[in-house]
Design a protein around this ligand. Sequence first.
Ligand SMILES: Nc1ncnc2c1ncn2[C@@H]1O[C@H](COP(=O)(O)OP(=O)(O)O)[C@@H](O)[C@H]1O
Ligand SMILES: [Mg+2]
Length: 257
Amino acid sequence: MKILTFANPKGGAGKTVSSINFAYALSRLGYKTLLIDTDPRGGVSICLGMENENTLFDLIKEYNEGFVEDVEKYINHKNGVDVVISDYEIAKFDSYFDADTVSATFIMKNLVSEFFKEYDFIVIDTEGTVNSLTASILYATQDIFIPTQASNLDLTGVRDILGLSKNISRQNAELKIKKVFLIRAKMNTIAFKEFQNSLESFFDEQQFSKVAIRENQDIINAVNSQLDIFTYRNSSNGAIDYRNLVDEYIEELQKEI
Ligand SMILES: Nc1ncnc2c1ncn2[C@@H]1O[C@H](COP(=O)(O)OP(=O)(O)O)[C@@H](O)[C@H]1O
Ligand SMILES: [Mg+2]
C-alpha cells in the first residue's frame, strides 16, 4: 500500500482535480484505489456528485473512541474508485483532539492501516493548510505531490509545504516530495517555458515532473458533469496529461523495487 497526498496551501493550485484524476488513472491501470477527501470545503464530493452523511471526521471520532461498527458506510463507490468524503465538520479536528497531540498525530496513519490496508493506493486530497490535520496526514504519507500554477504567487504555497514536509520527515522517514508539477500550463508561451525552466533548475530532476497538465476546458467540463476526466472524455488533453503523470510515477515505483 502506498499513500499519496496532494498538498499545497494555495487555493486553486489544482489539488482536488489532480487527486481525483490521479486516483481514477491508477484505478484504470488495475490498482485498487481509495480516494480520501480531508478538505472542509468537500471538493471531492462536489466534483464527483456524492452525498453521504458519514464522513471522514465521523470515522476519525468513532475510531478514536474505540467503536467502529461498520466501516463500509463511509465508503462511496463510483466508476471503480472508492471514496471517503469530508465536509465542514472536519475543521473541528484541532479542537476535538485539543491537547492530545499524540492521538492527533497518529490517527490518520493508524486508521488507514487498520481499515484500508487492502488498497494498492490511497490518494488524499487536502486543504493543505499547515495545521495538525495536515501533519497527521503527512505522518501517514509516503509520497507528496505538489501541483502549482506557473506563477510566483502560487509558489509561496510550494515553499510552505516543503518546510512542513522537512519537519515531519524527521519522524516519518518514508515521507518524500515525490513530484512538483505544473497545472493549467500554456505550453506554447514564452512566459510558461521560462517559468518551467526556472522551476526545473530549482528542484532536482527526480522531484520535478516532466509532465505538465495543460490548460484544458474538458477538465472544467468534467468537474461540472461530476465525472473524472477519463469517463468524461478519454481522448482529451486533460486525460492524456493525467495518464502521463501517473505513468511517470508507476515507472519510477517499479525502478525503486
Ligand atoms: N488543467 C486545467 N485546465 C483548466 N482548468 C483547471 C485545470 N486544473 C484545474 N482547473 C480548475 O482550477 C480550479 C482550481 O482547481 P482545484 O483542483 O479545485 O484546486 P485546489 O483543490 O488546489 O483548490 C478549478 O475550478 C478547476 O476546474
Ligand atoms: Mg481543493
